[in-house]
Each structure stands twice: as structure tokens, then as C-alpha cells.
Ligand binder design. Structure first.
Ligand code: ZN
Length: 702
């Protein structure tokens, strides 16, 4: 408790009276380090390694281990998704010695998110993210977080920091430097141990917020990622030199065989065992712990200094963000406030109106009513506040050949936009010091709910009320390939207490589709029709929906069913049903159009029943999505279009004119039924509350 208290006080410099007191806390504290293993359950070795690490630390008495134990506290998470580890282990044991040995299980290894379980670190949709966020940013405030992963088999053996460009301008530059410092220490220790094929400055960047090792940057902490080359789960593999030669360029590294400053000692091929992976991960873990021990005061001091500097206003930063009272969607506002406060952002309830300056360059004041919620920028978690509220402007990074340099993950994520909530940026508040006593900190979510006349939440991240007036019988296609988009669809429906049935490949093939509405989450044509290959998977999961499934889909709609398609699944349906709709982005080169994950503006026909509860202009999420051109407007109704101009709200988009005014959501009749096509994902990662109503409306009986 003593060390936890020290860490939490250093995290909030307002709890420390003087620099002398701060210096004493730094002197008496321990560096809090967390190592999290195998959040991606098929990247299985780190979980196994974690037990050896724990054993070594618990039993070794050599001076280096003692130094670690004396100066650090390790929060070791053997698995950030234990159910997934069980799933993978069971599948591996069951398939040992068969054609399926070493394959990934034929289902998502996280109930809702699969691999996307590491895309949730600002949104907190998942129980695991909520639990670890609480552990980190409410209780222990680790100065260093190390997230241990594996990647494909044919690249370098081990990728570690420093990372690749770009750094997000909302990450403190000293964090960027310290991530590099720790990374180089790891690299040097690995080299000293004779490990070949360690690469830095490649592939992974420091732009996006929502990953295990990236979220800590916005909490003033150091986040480290390592990616080891994989074996076949726990089965060794042989990687030939030819295979490495054939491996293409990635950002920052032309070839795994090329010796460069960031990769001075290439691995040239051979047998690669889980034991090798455990070995490099063990060296890396000890390296970080040793660094954390030796430079304990430096890491604690810098952690405190960043938080302290965040309390001061910097040029070009607003004073606050205000979530204005009187707007619809109070449930969304309550959820946003819960997400913010859970990760340690301070939110205030306004018990009195305030006069505020909205426009940075004009001195006009506007009134914000009582009942609004205010988030100050100058708080210890300033970088988190800014990166969640501001619109992201991704740097225009174009390669010499004119193609965009893709970010590692998405380019924009502004939370209030995604949730359909209006937020005012405030540059000045009149009589701030006089008005301060009228602000009441939000300490429980029920306090915020009461302000908006909402009943108590019934526990953390409680379920939301079912929005359907006349619920249809809903089926959701769940292929054996495991689709994250399918999982997120279930999450949104479960969170809103909407009933549905999962529909397997076999059911699609057999045609037993007793539903009013069938949802096809975003899945490509080949994946849906062919599914898992019978070469590697048993018959009961191989084969996809097949041609029979496609014909059954057709019969389903002809007989009066409604088929609802998200993004990638639209292509198959447009082709099968010969709809007069085309995706104008199909076949377009990246140099002509590119949007790797941004918030865009839709113009909505609010008279249409699918648009009930949606604003005339609404943000929506676009990530390598589609844009429709409708050839027969008499047959196909357009419910939402990409805005005619300024469609980009947050992120990065090249060649916007290609989608301006093109359809984003359409509906057409077919036989006795209907087909609803979303060019985008209205439930992307469970984050896009702004476009959830489109889905709910599509699940109503008509
Ligand atoms: Zn991973």
C-alpha cells in the first residue's frame, strides 16, 4: 500500500505540497512495472514464459535479481484473456498429430472481440479492458507497461522499440524518448545474449491511442511492445533462407535479411521454436525490469514531472470541453462520462450556467446551461483528454511512389464524435475563479445519470435499455473463420439487451433460416463462401456457406426476409442479387483514394424509417469501407450519403471527392423481402454509438 500510494500521488501532483515532498516520494518509491502476456491468445508463448519469469524472480538470489526486487514492483499478467488461452490450448491438444496441428482455433479467441481485444483501451467495451484499466489507472499507476506479442513467421525474429513514425503530438516527447531508451537497452541486452534478428524502428508507430502499450502514453507512462516471430502455436517451425528472401518490405525494413542500423544482425533461417520465443521474451522482460530498477528515481521523477507540467496551460490548447445539457442521447453521454472517469479523467457537473468563449480568435461569449458537464484540459491526464476530445489530423505521409504510408492502426477516433455527442471546445471561461465552487466533481456514474434524469446504472458499465419497439427474430451469421466484426455486432446487441441467434455455416448451407432479419457482419466474399480450408480443418468447421448458402440467402429474401449487410459482405450480395448498385471504390488505387480509419460525415434522409433517431448530419466510421453509386434510384432508396464536402471529421482521407455525395446506406426490395446495405461498419469495434440507431431500426418488425 505504501508504494501504491506513492505511485498514485506522483500521478497527481496536486496531492503533493512541495518539490521537497515530491523528491522524498521519488526517493522512497519503487518503479511500478507491468508485464502483460498473450492478450492475443494464439500468440501463446508469453503466457508460458510468465511462469518462468515469476519463478526466477521468486527464487533467484543473484545481485541483479535482488536489485530488481528492491527497486521495482511487478504487476505480472500471465494472460490478459485467460479464456482465450484455454481455447487455444484445448484446440492445440485436440489437434496434435492431425492435419490441424498448429492452426488457430475455428472461433474467436475472445468471446466478442477476437484479435480486436487489443483495440479497446480507450473505449472500455470489454470486461478485461475495464479490469486492467482499473488496476492501472485507478490503483497502481505503472510507470512502465510492457505488452508481449507475437507476429507472423517470416519477418525479423523480434521487433521492439524505438518505433516507427509518426509520433502523436499529444504524447509527451519525453515519453517518446524513454520508450526509445528502454527499447535500446532491450536491444543491447538481446545482442549481448547472442540473439540474432532483433529489429527496431519498424512497422509499429506511436499515433493511435487504443492499444495496450499505446494507451499508457496518454497516462504519462512508458508503453513497450515486443513482437516475436511465431512458431505454429507450440510446434516448432523451420524457416528457410528462401522464405526470408521472399519476405517483402515493411515500414522501416526492406528485408529480414538486410543488415541496417536498426537491425544489425539478421537471422538467416533455421528451426524456430517456442523455446526461442520464450528466451527472447525473458531477456526482454529482465532487461526492462533491470532498467526500471537502476533508473528508478529517473522514471518516477519524469512521471511526476509530466503530470505536473500538464497542469499548466500550453500555447494553442483550449481550457475545457463542455458536454452541453439539453441534447438528446443522454444514455450515450452517461456512457462517455463513465468511460472517461474509469480511466482517471476528471469530469465536473455544472450546477450553474457559465459564460464561455467558443471561438479561439473571437471574444464573443456564449452561455452554457447548468446541467452540462465540463472537462478541464489542464489536469494530470491532459494528453488523454486532448486525444479523446480533439479531432485527429493525421500527417500527410506519402511515399515517393505517390502511395500513402499506412498507419499501424486507425488514424482518427474522437470519442464524442463516434458517440454522437455534441461537445463545445472552450477557450476561456468568464470569472473562472469565482465560478469554480459551482462545479461539482462527478464521483459516481449515478450522479451524472441523475443530472440527466436517468435512473441508476445498476453496476459498472451496465446494460443499456432495449431500444426496439417491435423486435424482429434476428439471426447473425457466425462463420467458423471467426469474424471480429461479427463479435462486435453481438456485443452491441448484448449491451442493448436485444435477442438474436447465431447462424452457423451449416445452417446457412441447410437453409434453416427461420428469422425475420438476417445480419451479415463484414466478411469478404471468399471467406464467406469457402470458409476454412478442408486441407487444414476438420469437416464440421470447414467449407463456409458454399454456393448452397448463397442460394439459401436468395430464397430467404424472396420469401420475405430482410438481409442486413455490413461493409465487406455487401459485395457478395450485390453480385448474387444483381442489384443496380456499385462500389465506386472497388479497384481504386491507394494513391487515388485512401482512408485507413477515420470519422466521416454522413447526410441522412431522416424521413426514412431506418434513420429514426439519427441526426440529419451524423458522424460515421470509415475504415477501408465502400461508397455506393446507385444506377436505379426508383428501385434503391438511399438513406445516408457521404457529405458533399468536408466529409472528413477526424483522421486521414485522400481523394475525398471520390466519395462525396455517394451512398453510404441503401435499401432495396427483393421478392417479398428487403436488402439493407451498409457501405461502412455502423458498429465498428463497438464504438460508433452515433450510428447504432441505423442497426436497431433495421432489426424492427415492419
Ligand atoms: Zn498480438
Amino acid at each position: 500500500d505504501k508504494y501504491r500510494t506513492i505511485s498514485s500521488r506522483l500521478a497527481d501532483p496536486r496531492t503533493i505540497a512541495s518539490e521537497q515532498e515530491a523528491a522524498a516520494l521519488v526517493r522512497n518509491g519503487k518503479t511500478i512495472v507491468s508485464i502483460s502476456c498473450s492478450i492475443h491468445s494464439n500468440e501463446i508463448v508469453a503466457s508460458q514464459m510468465s511462469m518462468n519469469l515469476a519463478y526466477e524472480l521468486a527464487t533467484a538470489t543473484d545481485p541483479r535479481t535482488v536489485e530488481i526486487l528492491d527497486n521495482t514492483i511487478l504487476l505480472l499478467i500471465p494472460s490478459a484473456n485467460p479464456d482465450g488461452i484455454d481455447m487455444v490450448a484445448e484446440w492445440y491438444r485436440k489437434t496434435l498429430g492431425t492435419k490441424s496441428e498448429g492452426t488457430v482455433p475455428p472461433q474467436l479467441y475472445h468471446h466478442y472481440a477476437g484479435h480486436d481485444n487489443n483495440r479497446d483501451w480507450f473505449m472500455l467495451n470489454l470486461a478485461e479492458t475495464q479490469a486492467i484499466t482499473k488496476l492501472y489507472w485507478q490503483e497502481w499507476f505503472p510507470q512502465i507497461v510492457y505488452d508481449v506479442h507475437q507476429m507472423g513467421q517470416n519477418g525479423p525474429r523480434f521487433v521492439i522499440p524505438p518505433f516507427y513514425d509518426p509520433p502523436n503530438p499529444r504524447i509527451d516527447p519525453s515519453i517518446v524518448r524513454d520508450v526509445g531508451l528502454v527499447g535500446y537497452k532491450m536491444a543491447a541486452d538481446l545482442q549481448a545474449a547472442g540473439v540474432k534478428g532483433v529489429a527496431t524502428n519498424t512497422t509499429f508507430d506511436m499515433w493511435w491511442h487504443g492499444g495496450f502499450r499505446t494507451a499508457p502514453y496518454y497516462h504519462n507512462s512508458i508503453g513497450i511492445l515486443s513482437e516475436a516471430a511465431s512458431a505454429d502455436l507450440m510446434t516448432p517451425v523451420t524457416i528457410t533462407n528462401e522464405r526470408l528472401k521472399a519476405t517483402g518490405r515493411v515500414r522501416g525494413l526492406n528485408s529480414p535479411l538486410e543488415a541496417v542500423i536498426s537491425h544489425p544482425d539478421p537471422w538467416t533461417g533455421g528451426v524456430w521454436r517456442p523455446r526461442d520465443i520464450a528466451n527472447v521474451e525473458m531477456i526482454a522482460s529482465r532487461s526492462i525490469l533491470e532498467m526500471a530498477a537502476k533508473y528508478r528515481e529517473r522514471f518516477l521523477g519524469n512521471f511526476y514531472n509530466i503530470g505536473k507540467a500538464n497542469l499548466e496551460k500550453r500555447a494553442g490548447e483550449p481550457q475545457a470541453f463542455i458536454i452541453g445539457a439539453g441534447q438528446p442521447r443522454s444514455e450515450n453521454i452517461a456512457r462517455l462520462i463513465e468511460i472517461l472517469t474509469w480511466q482517471g479523467v476528471e469530469v465536473h457537473q455544472m450546477t450553474h450556467e457559465l459564460w464561455v468563449k467558443h471561438d479561439q480568435n473571437r471574444n464573443e461569449l456564449h452561455e452554457m446551461p447548468l446541467g452540462s458537464f465540463l472537462v478541464f484540459v489542464n489536469q494530470p491526464k491532459k494528453n488523454n483528454v486532448l486525444s479523446l476530445f480533439e479531432r485527429q489530423v493525421y500527417p500527410n505521409r506519402i511515399n515517393q511512389d505517390g502511395t500513402p504510408d499506412p498507419p499501424y492502426d486507425v488514424a482518427g477516433w474522437t470519442l464524442p464524435l463516434q458517440m454522437g455527442i455534441e461537445v463545445e471546445t472552450v477557450w476561456d471561461i468568464r470569472d473562472m475563479e469565482k465560478m469554480r465552487p459551482t462545479l461539482r466533481p462527478v464521483t459516481t456514474i449515478d450522479q451524472a445519470r441523475a443530472v440527466m434524469n436517468l435512473g441508476p446504472a445498476g453496476g459498472a458499465f451496465g446494460k443499456l435499455s432495449n431500444p426496439l419497439r417491435a423486435p424482429a427474430r434476428v439471426g447473425i451469421y457466425q462463420g467458423a473463420m471467426g469474424s471480429m466484426d461479427e463479435g462486435w455486432t453481438r456485443l452491441v446487441l448484448d449491451n442493448h439487451q436485444i435477442d438474436y441467434t447465431s447462424v452457423t455455416d451449416q445452417q446457412m448451407r441447410s437453409g434453416a433460416l427461420e428469422y425475420d432479419v438476417l445480419v451479415l457482419p463484414s466478411t469478404g466474399e471468399a471467406g464467406m463462401i469457402r470458409g476454412l480450408s478442408a486441407d487444414r480443418y476438420p469437416d464440421d468447421v470447414a467449407g463456409g456457406i458454399g454456393e448452397a448458402g448463397v442460394q439459401n440467402l436468395k430464397r430467404f429474401v424472396e420469401n420475405g426476409g430482410r438481409l442486413v449487410c455490413f461493409e465487406a459482405s455487401c459485395g457478395l450480395v450485390m453480385k448474387t442479387f444483381e442489384l443496380p448498385i456499385k462500389n465506386v471504390l472497388a479497384g481504386v488505387r491507394r494513391s487515388d483514394f485512401y482512408n485507413p480509419g477515420s470519422i466521416v460525415k454522413l447526410e441522412v434522409d431522416t424521413k426514412h424509417e431506418l434513420a429514426r433517431g439519427v441526426l440529419e448530419e451524423t458522424p460515421a466510421y470509415f475504415t477501408n469501407s465502400s461508397a455506393f453509386e446507385v444506377a436505379d434510384e426508383g428501385k434503391v432508396r438511399t438513406i445516408a450519403k457521404y457529405a458533399m464536402r468536408d466529409a472528413l471529421l477526424s483522421g486521414w482521407m485522400l481523394g475525398e471527392t471520390l466519395i462525396n455525395g455517394k451512398a453510404a446506406l441503401v435499401e432495396t426490395d427483393f421478392g417479398k423481402g428487403q436488402i439493407v446495405l451498409f457501405a461502412f461498419r455502423p458498429q465498428h469495434r463497438g464504438q460508433t454509438y452515433a450510428t447504432f440507431p441505423f442497426i436497431f431500426n433495421a432489426l424492427e418488425k415492419r
